[in-house]
Design a protein around this ligand. Structure first.
Ligand SMILES: NC(=O)c1ccc[n+]([C@@H]2O[C@H](COP(=O)([O-])OP(=O)(O)OC[C@H]3O[C@@H](n4cnc5c(N)ncnc54)[C@H](OP(=O)(O)O)[C@@H]3O)[C@@H](O)[C@H]2O)c1
Length: 385
């Protein structure tokens, strides 16, 4: 399988390269993109001589690389990501970009009849309905890379008819032991210490606010066609039970393994066509040595954002995503407090324009307007720091 990897310099990107390196007979890297971290390019090229197309975010830097590697075609900026997909002879696009920038490449991959292995959950949060209808129209294939959704995919392969609820496990993020009061003064460096996973900065903050879990509920809703009422969350300390389904006939089925993103990446790259293991259990108490806690929505109210988005759909996902994205980067830059992230999202969902069945252009417009509105809120809230 010829692979085009978007976001090769990131956490998922690097682990995707580990998987490709491990299975050289099955996969060949033919194209990749990086953002600002360009130092990995020469290292990747030494190991992957089939690469003929590279996209670098900055145009001037891409021009420098053009001179150094005349046999490779270089692209730049966001349009370059789409050209990379279009022009490379890849059969599968692995989208490991972070944030809204991943949406158009996901759409382009489907339109170019390439299989899509998707880590960029923001694509589904923003454009879940659009992506599902394109998958139908182009007879496309989408394989999730998120560990929770990879686990659910496996469980549903075994028990698709018997499953009546999807249950996502959540570590609770960096602040799982803190009360709401204690969250008031936490800092970006506190928030970047995730207890069980090493990931990029944005998703680590999203895990601390629990917006990541809200995103995952939405992602599950779109991937498996489940309503909000049929997707639950359980807190789980060790991140070993990756997620599970509740069965109408009684008991549960889940995937239990060491937390290592290379497992879901490998499963997606092999299109789910390799052996896998799930476990049946009567109750969580049967899983000795693993610790679970009931989910307290008052402590983690961000989960309510998933309800709003899955119940109303339309432009709600775009508003949630953009307001979160701007708020997270403002928090990382010490412009706002941790709990302001929730405030900015809540106000954006309340005040931004809702369109029930938006076109792509309308989604892009709502995204742009939400960015402006979030910046206004960031400036107002930042003034109180
Ligand atoms: N990390 C995990 O364990 C994990 C698990 C499940 C799901 N995910 C999801 O996977 C996605 C990637 O997460 P990650 O943790 O790998 O993030 P990350 O480490 O921050 O990597 C993100 C990648 O996107 C690139 N990028 C960002 N903005 C860009 C832009 N404007 N133009 C071009 N490239 C851009 C980055 O380039 P530079 O760094 O070179 O600037 C980097 O290669 C996210 O949607 C996340 O929610 C991650």
């Amino acid at each position: 399988m010829k692979i085009c990897l978007l976001g090769a310099s990131g956490s998922i990107g690097k682990q995707t390269i580990d998987v490709i390196n491990k299975f050289p007979k099955d996969f060949s890297l033919v194209a990749f993109s990086v953002g600002k971290r360009t130092r990995c390019i020469s290292y990747i090229l030494r190991k992957h001589p089939d690469v003929k197309h590279i996209c670098i975010q900055n145009k001037a830097i891409a021009n420098k690389y053009k001179k150094k590697y005349p046999n490779i075609t270089f692209y730049s900026e966001e349009k370059g990501l789409l050209e990379l997909i279009r022009n490379s002879d890849s059969e599968m696009v692995v989208n490991a970009l972070v944030g809204f920038v991943g949406l158009l490449p996901s759409i382009e991959a489907i339109k170019c009849h390439k299989k899509l292995a998707l880590a960029n959950k923001e694509s589904l949060v923003v454009g879940g309905d659009l992506i599902n209808s394109l998958l139908k129209e182009y007879n496309g294939e989408l394989y999730p890379i998120d560990s929770e959704h990879s686990a659910l995919w496996k469980c549903l392969k075994v028990d698709s008819k018997d499953a009546n609820k999807l249950i996502l496990t959540a570590s609770g993020g960096s602040f799982r032991k803190l009360s709401r009061k204690e969250l008031e003064n936490v800092t970006p460096s506190d928030a970047l210490k995730h207890p069980t996973w090493r990931m990029g900065n944005k998703i680590t903050i999203d895990s601390a606010t629990m917006v990541n879990k809200a995103f995952e509920i939405i992602e599950a809703g779109y991937l498996f066609n489940y309503p909000y009422s049929k997707v639950g969350v359980t807190l789980h300390d060790e991140s070993y039970l990756h997620s599970y389904v509740s069965l109408s006939s009684g008991g549960y089925r889940g995937e239990i393994s060491k937390p290592d993103m290379r497992n879901p990446i490998r499963f997606a790259l092999f299109e789910g066509k390799i052996p896998f293991k799930t476990s049946y259990f009567k109750s969580l108490d049967d899983l000795k040595g693993l610790h679970f806690h009931d989910f307290d929505i008052a402590r983690f109210p961000a989960i309510n954002f998933a309800k709003v988005v899955l119940d109303k759909k339309g432009t709600m996902g775009a508003i949630l995503n953009r307001s979160n994205e701007e708020a997270v980067y403002a928090f990382l830059a010490n412009k706002i407090r941790f709990l302001d992230i929730e405030k900015i999202i809540t106000l954006s969902l309340k005040n931004m324009k809702y369109i029930a069945k938006p076109t792509l252009e309308e989604i892009l417009e709502v995204d742009r307007l939400t960015k402006e509105y979030a910046h206004k809120l960031i400036n107002e809230l930042g003034g109180t720091l």
